[in-house]
Design a protein around this ligand. Structure first.
Ligand SMILES: O=C(O)CCC(=O)C(=O)O
Length: 255
């Protein structure tokens, strides 16, 4: 990935509409310090080729009897160009959330896209339709996260769409700098022993399926230094019947 112009990172901080459902602010009102690593993106090997979706060649990894996860490195060729395009094309928002007796910054920028508004000719359109084809669903929800530096993170959580369900499917596509996705059981003992750490690079695909959002939680924790990273999260309530669910080791899905 080539150098990320600092101006383009700063520009996304200063864009974005006010939201009525969350406490949202234009970042210009209370500027954060510039990400320490914004100008130090390292190119990945095939990152600047034209964007292309590759085959999934890995098998599902069973977390337990009802939850499975899949991590396909290099699912995208051309992910570094896609990083820059999505960074620039997205209306990033900085939000604040009540927590106990305070209101705190959510430590990353976020955006959501309506499926119908995604242009098929863009990098986001290529990624969304590639994931949909693999899963055999249409995305109900497309969320984007921008981690500006190692200080940005998402804490341990379960995605709302699957908390009450025996199955759900969520795909995460990584663009930009590497980060670690950690996964651990939501409750019970032995958290530490069962925690998994997946090292995600630009272009990687992760899919969580089965009861992953009911019984497991995941996080991208803070780290000392990190280049900016975007994750694109696709969630669907439809029952997945795409090629990814015909693999050996498919999670035990029941409708
Ligand atoms: O950045 C990631 O890969 C994880 C994002 C995530 O956990 C979420 O959007 O709920």
């Amino acid at each position: 990935m080539g150098t990320v112009p600092v101006a383009s990172i700063e520009r996304v901080f200063y864009r974005g509409p006010m939201s009525t459902t969350v406490l949202t602010r234009p970042v210009s009102a209370q500027p954060r310090s510039r990400p320490q690593s914004a100008a130090t993106q390292q190119p990945t090997l095939w990152g600047h080729q034209p964007l292309r979706v590759n085959q999934v060649e890995v098998a599902w990894d069973a977390l337990d009897a009802t939850s499975s996860i899949l991590h396909q490195p290099h699912w995208l060729t051309g992910a570094d160009g896609a990083f820059h395009e999505v960074l620039d094309a997205t209306d990033w928002r900085s939000i604040r959330r009540p927590m106990y007796d305070r209101v705190v910054d959510v430590p990353r920028l976020i955006a959501t896209e309506r499926r119908g508004a995604v242009n098929a000719e863009t990098a986001l359109g290529t990624i969304v339709s590639g994931v949909e084809e693999l899963l055999g669903v249409t995305a109900d929800h497309i969320g984007l996260n921008l981690y500006r530096s190692g200080a940005d993170s998402v804490t341990w959580h379960r995605d709302r769409i699957g908390r009450q369900r025996d199955w759900s499917v969520i795909a995460l596509v990584s663009l930009g700098g590497p980060r670690t996705l950690s996964v651990r059981p939501w409750s019970g003992s032995g958290h530490r022993a069962k925690t998994r750490h997946m090292h995600l690079a630009s272009g990687d695909l992760v899919v969580m399926a089965g009861a992953c959002q009911r019984d497991w939680e995941h996080a991208v924790l803070k780290t000392a230094t990190a280049a900016p990273r975007i994750s694109i999260a696709l969630r669907s309530r439809q029952f997945p019947q795409g090629p990814l669910f015909q693999h050996v080791g498919v999670p035990p899905l029941t409708d």
